[in-house]
Design a protein around this ligand. Structure first.
Ligand SMILES: Cc1cc2nc3c(=O)[nH]c(=O)nc-3n(C[C@H](O)[C@H](O)[C@H](O)COP(=O)(O)OP(=O)(O)OC[C@H]3O[C@@H](n4cnc5c(N)ncnc54)[C@H](O)[C@@H]3O)c2cc1C
Length: 436
């Protein structure tokens, strides 16, 4: 049965403005293929793309719509860095070999993504105009540039920016110092994930929404993948379910899901928007409860941060978000915030993305720690490389066992309080830091 795929992110700017959803159908019947990809987000679809390019027969299944997860909901900021302040921190966690590979892969991740978009002519408002990271306090201003210089030794190409120049680039008078990463940029994420899906289908892969995988059974031919209406026999299974992971292979317990929320303005008149991010940079700050924002080609501002989900599944935190947006950009005091939405992303306990191979023919990749727009594509390609025969020890990611995050339940229970405490610390540090 052919169905139109819709997008369940109520009141999202992306859903309102994205290119049409790809045609898809609920998976039914019995099928043989080389690989089944579970999860139709950036990770799963970029893995599928590389596999079909190489001639493999591939089926992609998603429990919901294509792009339903974080890939269709995120801030679309292409930030080519893992979230480690210093290179030494990452080195200590993964050792020399993987430090070099992960550093190279992450610093090149924006180029990887923009090249893919160009190659497949994906229409997603892609722009590589730089990422402005502003320091919320003096202490951070002191350490951030020292660390950026160390990352530059590995090819990061970041530049310091301060004072009047920073105020002009950002449109905010609040910051004294910051860093420009010229490789950063932005995409319309839902258009991008739909563009990836179209490319995958055009090359011959089968794509099925509303087709949740309920069970994986290993047998002498590889894997039997079961959904409510059918089954697939394949040699390889790729699990790309990130923060929407369940207990299928126990991935859920290996990450902490965090909620991120966003608001977007109506289209703004020139005199209101003109000096906000005039050169098209994306912006984020160094607070624990981070802000990230961007200016749209149709003159809207999109602004995001951490949020919460209530017990009855409602997103929470939008009022604080609006106040924070106006604190940073007072020009937005009287605007109408037309859209609000959010979703779940995945944090690993060590902040390194995790590649797993828990059994022969079964691989998974997740945990991008807020940098998944670019890094999920690197992970997707890596998963595909493994399926295509690359040796496990030659991959950019170390292979981790699937392990429960230490004190996970306590961390989940205390999340609301932790956010409030982090906001308190951020505020304390930021006091007396503004330029005017
Ligand atoms: C609001 C928000 C803002 C963000 N902003 C940014 C940003 O600006 N920059 C950045 O770098 N990162 C950002 N991120 C993170 C980034 O979006 C993610 O890291 C990335 O999209 C993860 O992609 P993915 O394909 O691995 O997972 P997802 O896109 O989450 O896809 C997982 C899919 O798996 C499916 N699934 C789960 N279980 C099953 C099953 N049993 N059977 C079949 N399908 C299943 C789900 O339905 C889902 O569609 C943000 C995240 C959120 C939520």
């Amino acid at each position: 049965m052919a169905i139109q795929i819709s997008h369940d992110a109520p009141n999202s700017l992306w859903a309102a403005t994205a290119n049409p959803h790809p045609q898809s159908s609920v998976f039914e019947g019995e099928v043989f293929c080389d690989a089944v990809v579970i999860g139709a987000g950036f990770t799963g679809l970029s893995a599928a793309l590389k596999l079909v390019e190489a001639g493999a027969s591939v089926t992609v299944l998603d429990a919901q719509d294509i792009g339903f997860g974080a890939s269709g909901r995120n801030g679309g900021q292409v930030n080519p860095m893992l979230p480690f302040v210093s290179p030494e921190h990452l080195h200590k966690l993964v050792g020399s070999t993987y430090f070099e590979r992960l550093t190279e892969a992450s610093l090149n991740s924006a180029d990887t993504l923009f090249s893919l978009i160009k190659k497949y002519k994906i229409d997603c408002q892609a722009r590589q105009k730089g990422w402005l990271r502003v320091d919320h306090c003096r202490k951070m201003g002191d350490v951030a540039w020292a660390n950026a210089e160390r990352w530059n030794q590995y090819g990061a190409k970041m530049m310091p920016v301060a004072g009047g120049e920073l105020a002009s680039l950002s449109g905010s008078q609040l910051y004294q110092t910051g860093i420009v990463n010229p490789k950063g940029g932005a995409i319309q994420p839902l258009s991008h994930v739909r563009g990836l899906a179209n490319a995958v289908q055009a090359l011959g892969a089968n794509l099925h929404g509303n087709s949740k995988v309920d069970a994986l059974i290993q047998n002498d031919k590889g894997w039997l993948v079961k959904t409510a209406k059918g089954s697939l026999q394949c040699q390889w299974v790729i699990v790309a379910t990130n923060a929407y992971s369940d207990d299928l292979i126990n991935l859920e317990q290996s990450i902490l899901p965090f909620v991120s929320i966003q608001i977007a303005t109506e289209q703004l008149p020139k005199d209101v928007i003109d000096n906000i991010l005039p050169e098209g940079h994306t912006i984020s700050d160094t607070r624990r409860v981070i802000m990230y924002a961007r200016r749209e080609p149709d003159n809207r501002i999109v602004f995001g941060s951490h949020g919460e989900i209530t017990r009855d599944g409602m997103l929470k935190g939008f009022e604080w978000l609006k106040r924070d947006a106006v604190r940073i950009f007072p020009q937005l005091a009287d605007v109408n915030w037309q859209f609000k939405w959010g979703g779940k992303a995945a944090v690993t306990h060590d902040r390194v993305p995790h590649f797993h191979e828990p059994a022969k023919g079964l691989v998974a990749g997740l945990g991008f720690n807020g940098r998944g727009v670019a890094m999920s594509h690197v992970m997707g390609e890596t998963l595909a490389d493994r399926v295509l025969g690359k040796q496990a020890e030659d991959l950019p990611f170390p292979i981790w066992p699937i392990q429960k995050v230490p004190f996970r339940n306590i961390q989940l229970l205390g999340k609301g309080t932790a956010i409030k405490y982090m906001q308190f610390l951020d505020k304390l540090e930021s006091t007396n830091f503004s330029r005017i």
